[in-house]
Design a protein around this ligand. Structure first.
Ligand SMILES: [Fe+2]
Length: 166
């Protein structure tokens, strides 16, 4: 693909984040099964639903650009998810495992916040107002998820992990 304009770069980044979102949809069910705390599980379940909507939103963006919604392998997200999967294999349980799962999920969120932040800046510069609105909506959801996970870690999971260790 030619990459000579900001529009080309924008489309390329959209293809990357589309793959990232699809990888997250595939990875979350296993993380949900590994959770112990109800708060942790329900946050991941909610985020799975949100992520499915985010994929649809990206498809709308491609539609508006008159482009096919095809993705490009996102190696960054693959690495983050691989690390997350290592947690599932570790000999941890209960709140310590939950804490590790939240740490992995927050790495995912931060990657996405960076990606959508960039995409919003490009959409703004390119004057794609309708696309900008869709991308801003997703960016806000990623930030909200990140904050929610921080709250669950600090108020519930980390506290419980320390308590259990005696
Ligand atoms: Fe997302």
């Amino acid at each position: 693909m030619r990459m000579e304009s900001l529009r080309d770069l924008y489309i390329s980044e959209l293809r990357d984040v589309l793959d990232a979102e699809r990888q997250i949809v595939k990875a979350l069910p296993e993380m949900i099964r590994a959770c112990s705390a109800e708060e942790c599980r329900s946050a991941f379940e909610e985020h799975l639903e949100v992520t499915r909507e985010q994929v649809k939103r990206l498809e709308q963006v491609f539609d508006s650009l008159g482009q096919k919604a095809s993705s490009r392998k996102c190696a960054g997200m693959r690495g983050i998810i691989e690390e997350g999967k290592e947690i599932l294999e570790q000999d941890a349980s209960g709140p310590v495992k939950d804490a590790a799962l939240i740490a992995a999920a927050q790495r995912v969120e931060h990657y996405e916040i960076a990606a959508y932040g960039t995409l919003c800046a490009y959409a703004k510069e390119l004057d794609f107002q309708d696309q900008l609105e869709l991308l801003l909506e997703t960016l806000q959801e990623e930030k909200d998820t990140d904050e929610k996970l921080t709250g669950i870690a600090e108020n519930i999971v980390n506290v419980e992990a320390v308590r259990k260790a005696g």
